[in-house]
Design a protein around this ligand. Structure first.
Ligand code: NAD
Length: 326
């Protein structure tokens, strides 16, 4: 009988540190060839966009497919969220669906976790790092949670064009992480004070001048993932040692990378590694403390599948959720 897990059930069992661990394993499987990751399939019904994201992780024994929809008129027309996601977890031995779970919170945590893995391997180590978060929405919260899980942060700055979003962020994340969080008045304030940066906004245009980023900084760029949109300008891409979640995804979905290539400011070889190659030691990572490292994340189904397996196993162990006879 498949197990049904609501958003609240997922929240109860999903912790960032555990998620970083399984997402790291998923990237390692991608690099060593034991992951199956087809390109996501999209269908465009008249009112929105439906995405199907399957993957299989052999070593982890994880098989699942996430279904995500983006319906911009949902809030006004139907009183429903714009983005809705569910994950179908299968038993790799029988193929049967063993669990259906909400995918919203899971997506946010797994996106944070990929940045956590990248930060762990690429960011400089120091005892009192300062994080700078661009954006104060759901993903931005998870970015801070993830970098705080892998580095000793002394404080964090947050910048968003919405001051209500910053209020919410400061209240919720200050309590959760017991960390001093400061409202940045400008993007320059973040660039001057912080060396661990996360961009997690819905902006389609660059958030700051890349020439102003401090040497030695590490950046996780997660917000934009369509060819025409970018949070990062050509200059910061040019100055950075670039690590992709997937070369293929970066070359087909990431305006942050595709636009500088179109402008001929860089070519494909500017992407120095995939995250999985860094994790498995196939490619070297940070060379010196002056280097700016940049992880470009588009979001891969392997992250969802690894996280869904983690949630399922934990929910079964904790006897959480509802079994239904289909
Ligand atoms: N890479 C991935 O795997 C991945 C996964 C999920 C979502 N995303 C993307 O992350 C982005 C953020 O998602 P979310 O769920 O947090 O959205 P959200 O709507 O909750 O938050 C986005 C925030 O960005 C702010 N913002 C917009 N333009 C800005 C600017 N120029 N400067 C500063 N702040 C600005 C908005 O005010 C808002 O508070 C979206 O573009 C989403 O598609 C990426």
């Amino acid at each position: 009988m498949p197990l049904l897990l609501s958003r609240d059930d997922v929240i109860k069992v999903l912790e960032m540190k555990d998620c970083i661990q399984v997402v790291e394993q998923a990237f390692a499987e991608l690099a060593t060839g034991t992951a199956v990751l087809p390109l996501r399939t999209s269908i465009t019904p008249p009112d929105g966009l439906a995405l199907y994201m399957p993957a299989y992780l052999k070593e982890m024994g994880a098989l699942a497919c996430k279904v995500v929809t983006v319906y911009k008129n949902n809030p006004t027309k139907h009183g429903m969220p714009t983005v809705i996601g569910k994950v179908l977890v299968q038993d790799p031995k029988t193929g049967d669906v063993i669990c259906i779970m909400d995918g919203g919170y899971l997506t946010a945590v797994r996106t944070g976790a990929a940045s956590g893995v990248a930060t762990k391997y690429l960011a400089r180590e120091s005892s009192d790092q300062v994080a700078g978060i661009f954006g104060a929405g759901v993903q931005a919260q998870m970015q801070l949670w993830a970098v705080a899980a892998v580095r000793n942060l002394s404080k964090a700055y947050v910048y968003d064009i919405s001051s209500e979003a910053v209020d919410r962020f400061m209240n919720e994340m200050g309590d959760k992480l017991h960390l001093e969080i400061i409202r940045a008045e400008s993007t320059d304030e973040i660039l001057e004070r912080c060396d661990l940066l996360c961009t997690a906004t819905s902006s389609a245009d660059p958030l700051f001048e890349g020439s102003r980023v401090r040497k030695g900084a590490h950046i996780n760029g997660i917000g934009s993932h369509t060819p025409g949109a970018r949070e990062l300008d050509t200059e910061i891409i040019r100055r950075s040692t670039l690590v992709a979640d997937s070369y293929e995804a970066c070359l087909s979905e990431a305006g942050d990378i595709m636009i500088p290539i179109e402008e001929e400011a860089i070519d494909k070889s500017h992407m120095k590694a995939e995250l999985g190659e860094v994790v498995t030691g196939k490619r070297p990572f940070r060379i010196d403390d002056e280097e700016i490292t940049l992880f470009k994340s588009n979001g891969l189904a392997i992250q969802d599948v690894a996280t869904a397996k983690l949630v399922y196993d934990k929910a079964v162990a904790a006897k959480i959720g509802t079994n239904v006879d289909l």
